[in-house]
Structure formats: C-alpha cells, structure tokens
Design a binder for this molecule. Structure first.
Ligand code: SF4
Length: 364
C-alpha cells in the first residue's frame, strides 16, 4: 500500500479516504469499525490527538501514535474585514504560506441559513500565470497535500460560533485545483463524506482555468459543481490574459463543456473578470452570449479589483450593468459578484498578496 506521509515520515492519516484508512487498519491488525470511529473523530470532532479518542482501545491508540500523525495547519494570521469577510493565513511545513477566505452572506440558502462560503486554496502559488491575478505572480511553489486542502474548512469551522457552519465551499483560493488533481479528489471526498465534513455536492464548487482532460475526469468521478474562469470573449483575447488558452483553446473548452454529462439541474458557472477597455464592451457581451447560449450556463461577472501591482482598471458600474442586462435580456442567468474583503486583500485575484511579505525567518 502506498501510504501518504507527513514531514515527520509518519502516515498522514488526513490524506486518506475512508476505504484507504480501512485497508490500512486491516494491515495493522485492526478492524474496519475502528477505522470508521477514528475517521469520525478526526473529521467530525476535530480530534487533534489519538489519545483523546476515548472509545478506541488503548493498544490501537498506541499503534497509531507510533506510525501515524493528525496534521493541522498553523495559523499565521486571521484578519477580519469591515464587511465581515475573514482571511486566514496558514503556514505550511513545505516552507510557505497559503490563504483561505470566509465570506459570510446574509442571503439565506435553501435551508433558511445565512450563507457562509469558504474559498479554499489547492496549491502554494500557481503555475497558470493569469495576468490579472496576484497569486500567479508567485509561480508554483508547491502542491498542497490532501490533508492541507481539507484542513482549511475543518479548522475554519472550529473558529465559528456555536450553531454556525460553513454552507458552501469553493475551490477558488490560491492555485489551479485541477493541477493538483490526485490530492484534490482525496480532499473533496473527505469534504463530501457524510461521516466526515458532510458538505453537499450542491454546495461544493471546483473552479478551473480549463484543463480539459482533468475536467472530464473530475466530472466522471464526483458530482461537484464546476466553475470555468472564462475572462475573455474570444481565443485571441483569452490568450492575452490566460496563457493556458494556447494549450487548451477556447472552442475546445466550450465543446468539452457541451459534452459533459452533467447531473440533472446542474449548471456550469462561467466566471468573467471584467477589465475596463479590455473585455467589457457590448461586442464582448454578444460574443459571450454566442459562446455559452447552447450550454446550461450561468455567468458570474467579477468587476476587476484594482491594486497597485497592476495597471488594469475596473469598469464603471454602468458598463457592468449594461453587460449583465444584455445577457439577462437574452435569457441567460447572469449575476455580478459583490466585492468582498478588499481592505484585507481577500478579494478575487488578490490572494498571495498577504503571502509575499513573509520574511525569511517567518518562512522557516
Ligand atoms: S486566477 Fe487562478 S489559475 Fe489563474 S493564476 Fe490566479 S490562482 Fe492561478
């Protein structure tokens, strides 16, 4: 059995799905039932040590203490924006830091609860180099382990007041999730499992620049929501801001979306960062409509969040409204994303900004 390992060369128990954990328990002479109890302790009760698992035999705990580890992310900082958005900066033992953003929203979900969305990172940095995104400036520094991905919702949920829980998870933090496919899928399974984090597949969204083979694989493997970062209305324009388009062309990406066997009622979200004078004209709106009109699509317009590291400008509110109005008038589901957490650099495209000022000492 190829077991995931921690930095201490112990078994990284949080980087395993339940069937693998059960197989591991059988291999050390323990039962599947005990594996399930340990799994629940870890993901539902947030156990930090094996010794606190009172219903697990002492001899089993001793075995686990010798060969396995329950890992956690170390908090470097936790900032709260004026609008209630919270940004968590975590240290990772690979030597760097990653961020998660919690976005409370008083729009109720279908269960009548206030929506609480967590934006989760999948990589330390990112290799995709989208021109408008500060995370892309870092380059790819490292892949997150499955435990480090799923620890983000687990640890953030422990900071919430009694009765409040994370209702939605979006894989839209640092990194391109599908570029860390194997670890992502293990983490997603632990988020979805009803004996673990128990997030509904309707509330779990994976965002991608459009890595076509991985999109096909994921949609065949898990029923999670898919979001595509579109950000342009034609091939040439998209190549300018998203270099990955040279490898996976826009037409090929749209064709791939058309061929996906989506579960009934699921739509693909297309994220469109609007940049003034670049992709915000009415001609762009027409082309976006033509691209997406045959798809079960919803469009999420994201007016660019200006920052000192880029000369890109945010379009006017009227321009954004006109763009949205055109798509809606043609029968397309189109919303405009509210800017959240801009004062703590937690808004879209800003992640990674809080990571760079880390001194060498802090990085040790
Ligand atoms: S937008 Fe996403 S995929 Fe593109 S560089 Fe930023 S983190 Fe990477």
């Amino acid at each position: 059995m190829n077991l995931p390992r921690t930095e201490k060369n112990l078994i990284d128990i949080k980087s395993m799905n339940l069937p693998d954990l059960e197989a591991f328990f059988l291999s050390i002479g323990e039962s599947k039932g005990r594996a399930l109890r340990v799994y629940k302790h870890i993901w539902q009760r947030g156990a930090t040590t094996f010794d606190e698992m009172n219903d697990i035999a002492k001899s089993t705990r001793a075995k686990l203490n010798e060969c396995a580890e329950i890992t956690f992310l170390e908090t470097i900082s936790h900032k709260i924006s004026d609008d209630g958005t919270q940004k968590f900066l975590w240290r990772i033992p690979q030597g760097g830091a990653i961020e998660s953003v919690l976005i409370p929203d008083t729009n109720r979900d279908n269960n009548g609860r206030d929506r609480m969305t967590l934006c989760v990172s999948s990589q330390w940095g990112c290799a995709m180099k989208c021109s408008f995104c500060l995370t892309g400036d870092l380059g790819l520094k490292g892949q997150l382990k499955a435990s480090q991905i799923a620890n983000q919702p687990l640890q953030v949920s422990k900071t919430l007041p009694e009765g409040v829980r994370i209702t939605n998870i979006v894989m839209m933090g640092m990194g391109e999730p599908l570029h860390n496919y194997k670890n992502l899928v293990i983490a997603l399974r632990n988020m979805l499992h009803n004996q673990a984090l128990d997030i509904s597949h309707r509330k779990l969204t994976v965002s991608t620049v459009g890595l076509i083979p991985a999109i096909k694989k994921l949609s065949a493997e898990l029923p999670v929501n898919l979001a595509i970062s579109l950000n342009a209305s034609n091939q040439e324009q998209r190549v300018e801001v998203m270099p990955i388009t040279k490898r996976y062309g826009l037409d090929e990406l749209i064709q791939c979306c058309k061929e996906l066997n989506l579960p009934h009622g699921k739509r693909i979200a297309f994220e469109y960062v609007m940049m003034a004078g670049f992709n915000d004209s009415m001609e762009d709106a027409h082309r976006v409509y033509d691209l997406l009109c045959d798809l079960p699509a919803k469009v999420n317009l994201i007016p660019y969040n200006e920052n000192p590291d880029r000369t890109i400008k945010r379009p006017s509110a009227d321009q954004v409204k006109a763009f949205q109005h055109y798509l809606v008038s043609r029968g397309m589901n189109c919303t405009v994303r509210k800017t959240r957490g801009i004062d703590i650099s937690a808004a879209c495209g800003q992640l990674g900004k809080g990571v760079r000022p880390l001194s060498v000492k802090e990085n040790l």
